[in-house]
Write a protein that binds this ligand. Structure first.
Ligand SMILES: Nc1nc2c(ncn2[C@@H]2O[C@H](COP(=O)(O)OP(=O)(O)OP(=O)(O)O)[C@@H](O)[C@H]2O)c(=O)[nH]1
Length: 663
């Protein structure tokens, strides 16, 4: 009652107040709400032009909807999430178009979502309050694991399709992810405000490919907010509530986690049954370790403590979990002395590319280990295996879902954890079978998985090599079919299927070696189709092949970061190309640098390039006594050197090892 009166009072004051006073009222309301939140721990305050309160216990399971927004890259997921947050007054109108759920620096810099983000909204419908838990997901194929994981906490999805671009490769992949999980799919055409929008054509594509009814397809503009009210109504009407029982013992699915500098691991949980609150003692099924809940809350969209989470809800808990092993994604949480049947968990992510990561300075090994552990808490799709090398010291072989994933991970290590690393050239995993009892004993088995090319066994002992293959899907306007066929066949691909999705766009399916697409296939495809074609792929097992290990030497010194495995058909061309690229990438130094590519463990040189010497004196042009300027230049030069890796006495830029692989 008190709350209700307070709420009405605030509302009246607020409506009749000039904006400059509104700001100070807002801050005093905020303080007041904080104190109310302490005394009434189940209340959530909503900060908008109309302050109001929500008691989480008042919302039964039947009025909860958990859903994800899925789509191809750039089709407007984050913009739609923003709009839904705005119209439900979860964020203020001033934050419009700020992409509030793209919280990471890397996401803002690159303009892409790399992390699925949860947000809770409250929505009044037919005089009743609904709790909507929205998960904004990434669109790029490299972050598909985020999408798959997010869907386990949902009963429905919004499948967004750009009204101009139409169905793209990730639209198809995401549709099948949701379809296999038997989720309700709401097809939505976005960006209808665009001048070149073709919503009717896109509607036909959706109908023909996904077997949807015409009248079920919504048309919206996430940017302008057109049609978003109707979308919210559809979410409530069509997506079922979770099948949760508040009377049963507590059972929670830990589906995401991140590291908080001050509070340790924060776990994103979907409450399947029962309830959990501050002070409760819980067990994590995976480790059977016991924790005491320090805080529970919802993401509104920032962490908002509620002190209780009830079945059907999605929120976060803080319980003094410190490491990845403790806050294991996919784990089941339950109350001490009230064990439950654990949930099946998540299928582990299958790493597509591996690269060695080493500290630039071995004294930073422990700091880097901690940084990797903390980051993995927020990105469980990365595989970590300890590795060491005579040249680079102690480090790790990390497995990623693609090159963009690897790039983003390293950028996050640098930006969020201040970790400087050396990254070796990425490679795909290979399998080989070997013969000879002595060899088998030495390698510990007859079948080996090669994650690090340096460990590729001697050719003499290999019986057979196998390389990973993918099922690729390309969607393109049909005028580019000829060029794309040439590209795919040039990359040793084999076409399987061709389906027209409307009268001018075609979906091509092909089997390709992963090694041929992982570095730059998508960029080349985009380039040759003026950006109109899209590409997605999934794992398709291993196939027999013939491989050769290539080593690279700089002035006779082997450069382990560059050792790679190539298909026998293009060993020489590949080696020559890398030597050329190295010549372009390594800066001239005061002596001649000979770049050599070798096979048979250095026994045979197959390519060579030389970098001519020159003398670099950065202060040479400074005559006279400008000491500060001279010092500044020398300092800049020494900072530049930090970004170099010394091989023998040659300085190589750290990113050279990846750059040279791009065609
Ligand atoms: N004209 C118009 N532009 C839109 C609309 N929705 C999104 N956009 C624009 O499309 C671009 C991509 O939007 P995002 O919301 O970042 O797309 P996304 O799907 O979240 O992207 P990823 O997370 O990287 O996959 C941005 O420039 C948006 O402003 C719309 O309804 N109309």
């Amino acid at each position: 009652m008190i709350i209700l009166r307070y709420s009405c009072l605030c509302g009246t004051i607020y409506r009749n107040t000039p904006p400059y006073i509104k700001k100070s009222i807002k801050s005093s309301i905020f303080t007041r709400m904080r104190s109310i939140n302490k005394s009434h721990p189940f209340l959530v305050a909503c900060f908008s032009d109309k302050p109001k309160f929500t008691d989480l216990r008042d919302i039964p399971v039947e009025r909860i909807r958990n859903f994800s927004i899925i789509a191809h890259v750039d089709h407007g997921k984050s913009t739609l999430a923003d709009r839904l947050l705005e119209i439900t007054e979860t964020i203020s109108a001033q934050k419009k178009n700020e992409q509030v759920l793209d919280k990471l620096q890397v996401e803002r810099e690159r303009g892409i979502t790399v992390k699925a983000q949860t947000a809770t909204l409250f929505y009044d419908y037919n005089g009743e309050k609904y709790m909507l838990n929205l998960i904004d997901t990434p669109g790029h194929v490299d972050f598909n694991y985020e999408v798959a994981r997010s869907l386990t906490a949902c009963q429905g999805v919004i499948l967004l399709v750009d009204a101009n671009q139409g169905i793209q490769a990730q639209t198809v992949a995401n549709f099948y992810l949701a379809f296999e999980k038997e989720l309700v799919i709401i097809p939505v055409i976005n960006k209808i405000d665009l001048k070149n929008a073709k919503p009717e054509q896109v509607k036909l594509q959706i109908q023909s490919l996904f077997d949807c009814k015409k009248e079920d397809i919504l048309k919206i503009s996430a940017k302008l907010g057109t049609g978003t009210d109707e979308l919210l109504q559809r979410i409530v009407e069509q997506i079922p509530p979770p099948e949760s029982d508040r009377k049963k013992p507590f059972k929670g699915l830990l589906f995401d986690s991140w590291y908080d500098k001050y509070r340790g691991a924060v776990a994103n949980v979907a409450i399947i049954d029962g309830q959990v609150k501050k002070g409760d003692k819980i067990i994590a099924a995976h480790s059977m370790k016991q924790y005491e809940i320090q805080e529970t809350g919802i993401l509104y969209p920032d962490q908002t403590p509620t002190n209780i989470l009830l079945a059907g809800q999605v929120g976060y808990i803080i319980a003094n979990m410190k490491t990845t092993k403790e806050a294991q994604v996919g784990d089941t949480l339950f109350h001490l002395n009230s064990p439950v049947e654990p949930l099946p968990g998540f299928k582990p992510a299958k790493a597509m590319v591996f690269a060695g990561i080493y500290p630039t300075d071995q004294s930073e090994f422990n700091a880097l280990r901690q940084a990797i552990e903390r980051l993995i808490l927020n990105d469980s799709s990365v595989t970590v295996i300890k590795d060491s090398s005579p040249a680079l010291g102690q480090g790790w072989r990390l497995g990623f879902l693609g090159l963009l994933h690897m790039d983003v991970f390293c950028q996050r290590l640098d930006q969020e954890h201040n970790a400087n690393v050396i990254i070796t050239a990425p490679n795909v995993p290979y399998k080989v079978t070997i013969h000879g009892a002595k060899n088998i004993k030495q390698y510990g088995g007859a079948e080996l998985t090669i994650l690090n090319p340096v460990h590729f066994p001697d050719k003499q002992m290999i019986t057979m090599c196998y390389e990973p293959m993918v099922n690729g899907t390309i969607i393109t306007p049909d005028e580019y079919i000829g060029d794309i066929m040439k590209l795919v066949m040039g990359r040793r691909g084999v076409f399987k299927e061709q389906i027209y999705i409307d009268d001018s766009r075609v979906m091509l399916k092909a089997i390709l070696p992963l090694n041929e697409i992982v570095i730059d296939f998508y960029d080349t495809l985009k380039g040759m189709t003026s950006g109109y074609a899209s590409f997605d792929y999934e794992d398709s097992g291993f196939e027999e092949t013939s491989l050769e290990k290539i080593d690279f030497q700089l002035n006779g010194q082997r450069c382990e970061e560059l050792t790679c495995i190539a298909h026998i058909s293009n060993v020489r061309t590949f080696a020559k190309k890398i030597c050329n690229k190295l010549k372009e990438t390594i800066p001239q130094q005061q002596f001649l640098i000979a770049i050599q590519a070798t096979v048979n463990d250095g026994g045979k040189i197959i390519a060579r390039e030389d970098i001519k010497p020159y003398r670099k004196d950065v202060t040479a042009k400074l005559y006279g006594g400008d000491v500060t300027r001279r010092q500044k230049l020398l300092k800049r030069q020494s900072e530049g050197k930090k970004r170099m890796r010394k091989i023998g006495n040659i300085d190589v830029p750290r990113d050279a090892f990846i750059k040279v692989l791009k065609r």
